[in-house]
Write a protein that binds this ligand. Structure first.
Ligand code: SF4
Length: 371
């Protein structure tokens, strides 16, 4: 538990959900499987859920530390509104301790260390529409830990016809899962490895809760989801591990959940490992397709493994270069050659709209924001 003197420096406190009071003024946060028991004046492992006066507060609420416009393919999502821009945001903190974190500037920041502005949920939606984004992504740090803000943004987004996306490590409890995921449209879940040894030593968490989340998504929601596996040389790149991961995806989630193998680059506490060679990604993709998965991608490198190919007739359906969509040959969500239905959420049926008043407020408050 982090002993932080952050409460006094936080101007607005938003009471958290998913907690219960304990004896001696402590609180138990059950939002994620860490189950932090937090003393007065302290925050949980994630830095941004803190006990003040025997109550748990969400310090990340309405305080994004990063706002940016990204291509949706960067999340990565290849079967969700391809070629569109996504309004992307993150706060401070994280509930995992990954040594290889590529956003550690904010994920390892405490709420009062990361530069942030106050942006209430309805303003996030107004900004997304102002910047021509049909969707909003909760990303950069772990959005589960600011689930209260996520849910409120989702409500405002739904009203305006804007879609929402979780980019998550999947480390969430059963108690909180539906509270959050029943409101989002899409997700990319990191399956960081397929061994408990890796999860325990390199991320300071456990594998099984992430597998549980993937199965809940498949069996209990309508959320469109894809999976990312960042391959790190010598740590999780054994061909047998990749095969076991792909076998598990096929058996538990089916062949149509897109799987992205992405390349690692040295960062944060893991600088002694080399970049992932492209050949490793090619081999992983070949293995997963041999196992029977239909949509397997390579990311963080320039490669033909970024394209969407029809699993039946092998026609190239979406040509990509890095995160750019160069060609899209889908016809009514199907292969334009053989007619096979290609799973995904390919178009937004509701055009995002914003009242004039909301538009004017967004202009007034964020007119100088340059995203
Ligand atoms: S969300 Fe944060 S405070 Fe809550 S259990 Fe997880 S790490 Fe601990």
């Amino acid at each position: 538990m982090q002993d932080l003197k952050i409460i006094d420096q936080t101007s607005e406190l938003h009471e958290a959900r998913w907690w219960e009071a304990e004896p001696n003024g402590r609180v138990h946060c059950y939002l994620c499987p860490r189950h932090c028991h937090i003393g007065e004046g302290q925050a949980g492992f994630c830095f941004i859920r803190a006990n003040h006066g025997g109550k748990l507060y969400s310090l990340g609420y309405a305080h994004p530390a990063a706002l940016q416009i990204d291509p949706i393919e960067k999340k990565p999502l290849n079967h969700f509104l391809p070629g569109t821009r996504v309004f992307s945001m993150g706060t401070a903190g994280c509930n995992m301790g990954c040594f290889f974190c590529q956003n550690w500037g904010i994920s390892k920041s405490k709420a009062d260390q990361a530069a942030s502005t106050y942006v209430p949920p309805e303003d996030v939606v107004a900004l997304a529409i102002r910047y021509g984004c049909p969707s909003i992504a909760f990303t950069y740090n772990e959005p589960t830990i600011w689930g209260e803000y996520v849910i409120d943004i989702c409500h405002a987004a739904k009203e305006a016809g804007v879609k929402t996306v979780m980019v998550s490590n999947g480390y969430i409890t059963r108690e909180a899962f539906h509270d959050i995921y029943d409101h989002v449209d899409a997700a990319n879940i990191d399956l960081k490895a397929f061994t408990e040894n890796f999860y325990g030593k390199i991320t300071l968490t456990h594998l099984q809760p992430v597998l549980d989340t993937l199965q809940w998504l498949k069996n209990e929601t309508d959320v469109w989801f894809e999976i990312t596996n960042l391959i790190i040389p010598t740590l999780n790149d054994a061909p047998s591990e990749t095969r076991a991961l792909a076998d598990w995806v096929l058996d538990h989630l089916g062949p149509d959940v897109p799987l992205h193998f992405t390349a690692f680059h040295p960062d944060f506490k893991l600088r002694d490992k080399p970049r992932t060679p492209p050949e490793t990604l090619h081999a992983a993709r070949a293995t997963a397709m041999e196992v029977g998965l239909h949509y397997v991608y390579e990311g963080n490198i320039y490669s033909g493994g970024a394209h969407t190919i029809c699993p039946s007739c092998k026609k190239l359906l979406i040509r990509r270069s890095w995160h750019d969509v160069q060609e899209n040959h889908l016809k009514n969500d199907c292969c334009s050659n053989c007619g096979l239905a290609i799973p995904g959420r390919w178009t937004n049926s509701t055009a995002p709209k914003l009242s004039r008043k909301a538009q004017a407020i967004a202009e007034e408050r964020y007119g100088d924001l340059n995203l």
